[in-house]
Design a protein around this ligand. Structure first.
Ligand code: AHM
Ligand code: MG
Length: 301
């Protein structure tokens, strides 16, 4: 007779179970990070559902507003930002929120404050929304020394002080990749259960990769070392095979593929964006944290 376990996985490592396991490694922990992460997971589930319905619910298209970087906001960006802000504030575990969609940092009402600062891009890759290509949420979490006296300066911490980071990719499946500083794990949303189940335990980036990922349309504005590097990917001089080019234009999807398949993702500074296009606090630092936790490297220049 068939056992249920032959057909179904019956011992499921949900993201909550995983985070609780991680928490038990720190006996002094009071579960604050666990609670915060469960609110982030809720935000991701909400956005996943909204992204799935975007075309049907007429959520695609412009919301008629402009964000800090002067870009037009999409309705889904606005919605996702609201969901994350509400989820993070109501967790009672945050004191400052820094969102790509908000011009100023949000200082949480003292009555609801906790010790964490969360930097996030609620919906990255928004130019891809209307054609159904993968987009994602990116987040990085810092601990603040004194939540009552926190200042903006204290929020500008170096990436190495981050205590947890992750992203959620809304693609052909919805995948959440998380690190709390003890390796990287990936979880896939099972829509029938409404739970993220561990599908990619202990992700390690392959030591060698055959893919480079960059917006080559910017090549005329690159500096010489960048141009030379990319040239070598295409015309190797050491007898190796040329690398393949893959570029989605959604950092979450491009980084996710790089984590799983190996290779390099780059968005070099150029004449048009001398300090680079990607934003350090809510895009580069969290992704670098994950890359390094997965055994990879992240660097400038
Ligand atoms: P966004 O935050 O406005 O969506 O922009 C960030 C995105 C990244 O996801 C992606 O890596 C990059 O911009 C793509 O830029 P480009 O279209 O210049 O190649
Ligand atoms: Mg972004």
């Amino acid at each position: 007779m068939d056992h249920a376990a032959d057909t179904f996985r019956t011992d499921l490592m949900t993201i909550t179970r995983h985070v609780l396991n991680e928490q038990s490694r720190h006996p002094e922990s009071r579960g604050d990070l666990t609670i915060l992460l469960s609110h982030i997971v809720l935000g991701c589930k909400f956005v996943a559902s909204a992204v799935n319905k975007a075309g049907l619910a007429k959520l695609t298209g412009l919301a008629g507003e402009t964000n800090v970087q002067g870009e037009e906001q999409k309705k889904l960006d606005v919605l996702s930002n609201e969901v994350f802000v509400n989820a993070l504030v109501s967790s009672g575990r945050t004191c400052v929120l820094v969102s790509e969609e908000d011009e100023k940092a949000t200082f949480v009402d003292p009555k609801l404050r906790g010790k964490y600062c969360v930097c996030f891009d609620p919906l990255d890759g928004s130019s891809n929304i209307d054609c159904g290509v993968s987009i994602g949420t990116i987040f990085g979490i810092y601990m603040i020394k004194n939540q009552d006296t926190v200042t903006l300066e204290e929020v500008l911490q170096p990436g190495k002080d981050m205590i947890a980071a992750g992203y959620c990719m809304y693609g052909s499946s919805c995948t959440l990749v998380l690190s709390t500083g003890n390796g990287v794990n990936g979880f896939t949303l099972d829509p029938s259960l409404g739970e993220f189940i561990m599908t990619h335990p202990d992700i390690k980036i392959p030591p060698k990769g055959k893919i480079y990922s960059v917006n080559e349309g910017n090549a005329k504005n690159w500096d010489t070392p960048t141009a030379k590097y990319v040239e070598k990917c295409k015309y190797p001089t050491d007898g190796s095979s040329p690398k393949s080019l893959r570029y989605i234009g959604s950092m979450v999807a491009d980084v996710h593929r790089t984590l799983l398949y190996g290779g390099i993702f780059l968005y070099p500074a150029d004449k048009k964006s001398p300090s680079g296009k990607l934003r350090v606090m809510y895009e580069v630092f969290p992704m670098s944290f994950l890359m390094e936790e997965a055994g990879g490297q992240s660097f400038t220049g």
